[in-house]
Design a protein around this ligand. Structure first.
Ligand SMILES: [Zn+2]
Length: 93
C-alpha cells in the first residue's frame, strides 16, 4: 500500500515515505480489526468465528498471482530470513 520495495531499509526511507508507511499501517490495522483479523490456519476471535481480512491481502502469500492493482505477477523473495511477497511494479520506492 505504501509502494515501498521490501528490500529498502528503514534507514533509507525519507520523511514522506515514513509518514506514508505510518498512515498505511494504521489503515491496514484498522481494516483488519474491522474484518475480525486474518485467519490463515486456526486463528479465531473469542466467539469462535474466523477473521476475513485475508481476502484483502494485496501481496501476502500471493506469490505467482497477479497484482490486483496493476496485474503484474507478484514475486517472492527471502528478506532478512522471512519469505516476502511484493509487486515489482507497484512497490518501486
Ligand atoms: Zn502491482
Amino acid at each position: 500500500m505504501a509502494k515501498i520495495h521490501p528490500k529498502k531499509t528503514s534507514a533509507n526511507l525519507n520523511k514522506k515515505q515514513i509518514q506514508t508507511l505510518a498512515l498505511c499501517i494504521r489503515k491496514i490495522l484498522s481494516r483488519s480489526i474491522k474484518a475480525g483479523g486474518t485467519t490463515l490456519r486456526d486463528y479465531c476471535v473469542p466467539d469462535g468465528s474466523f477473521g476475513s481480512f485475508q481476502k484483502n491481502h494485496l501481496v501476502y502469500r500471493r506469490q505467482g498471482l497477479l497484482c490486483t492493482l496493476c496485474q503484474s505477477v507478484i514475486l517472492g523473495d527471502v528478506i532478512a530470513g522471512r519469505t516476502t511477497a511484493f509487486c515489482p511494479s507497484c512497490q518501486i520506492l
